[in-house]
Design a protein around this ligand. Structure first.
Ligand code: HEC
Length: 252
């Protein structure tokens, strides 16, 4: 048998194995089921190379001016902390539930500014990382990179002060949340820096109370629970800090 023929047979077997794997659903799609170490390493290496190749052409401007840091902090507090956290902030449901996990940028910072810029601008396919370049110009993205470089050295108080001194969520148009200059910025998911949940609902939260709304309790129809006065948020794990004032009931 010629080399070409045996090569073709091998390729045929490979294609059949891949098709069979897809048909029988061999790859677990759940975000709560990690890839095997080998598969994870493969994907990670492919991602890192693909980013490195593209970030290579990015020219890094001067970073670190006070105005840049302020602007970056305000936008970071408004758009990024639910996934990437901030100094003094407890893990959130998103930071823990996404797979691949968002890196904790309070520790990582931005050791490679060109890479950070590229990722923030373009996002990463099939991960939770959005392409912020769709709504934000390069200047504002660089401001965030400048801020990210400093964040690992900041105390919670320094971070809060910087955010408070910033203009909040502001990148010259395209912002998806109402501008809010009063942001305290440290309440975690529902931080005042951009209340994603609007002003609706009086929110009868009481995370310290009893637990009528357990996640694993099959909800009997038609009325699973009574939101008036009941503590709706309870799922047996340390929940992220909630800003109960003004947010709607956290109802899973
Ligand atoms: C909905 C969750 C989510 C939000 C919001 C989010 N990110 Fe990400 N981000 C991710 C995930 C997930 C990854 C990792 C993707 C991967 O590993 O392939 C990531 C990766 C990154 C990285 C790459 C880190 C590295 O070098 O490996 C940077 C930098 C980053 N994000 C910055 C930001 C900034 C700045 C914002 C706000 C403007 C933001 N992200 C908002 C989920 C998010």
């Amino acid at each position: 048998m010629s080399l070409i023929k045996s090569g073709l047979i091998l390729v045929g077997f490979g294609a059949a194995a891949v098709a069979g794997g897809i048909y029988f659903g061999a790859v677990h799609p759940g975000a709560d089921e990690p890839h095997s170490a080998v598969v994870f390493k493969l994907i990670e290496t492919a991602r890192d190379r693909a980013i490195a190749v593209r970030a290579h052409d990015v020219t890094v401007p001067a970073l670190g001016e006070a105005a840049q840091l302020k602007s970056g902090a305000g936008n970071y507090a408004a758009m990024c902390t639910t996934c990437h956290l901030a100094p003094g902030m407890a893990p959130t449901e998103l930071s823990q539930g996404l797979y691949p996990a968002p890196p904790n940028l309070t520790q990582l910072g931005a050791p490679d500014p060109a890479r950070a810029f590229w990722v923030i601008k373009h996002g990463i396919k099939a991960s939770g990382m959005p392409a912020w370049g769709k709504s934000m110009s390069d200047e504002y993205i660089w401001n965030m990179v400048a801020f990210l470089q400093r964040m690992p050295t900041m105390s919670p108080e320094q971070y809060q002060a910087l955010v408070a001194s910033s203009g909040g969520h502001d990148h010259g148009g395209g912002e998806s949340m109402p501008h809010d200059d009063t942001m305290p910025a440290m309440e975690g998911m529902n931080s005042g820096s951009g209340d994603h949940h609007g002003e609706a609902a009086p929110a009868a939260h009481d995370d310290t109370g009893s637990a009528p709304h357990a996640h694993d309790a099959p909800a009997p129809a038609p009325a699973p629970h009574d939101d008036a006065g009941a503590p709706p948020h309870d799922h047996d794990t340390p929940a992220p800090p909630h800003d109960d004032a003004g947010s709607p009931p956290h109802d899973h």
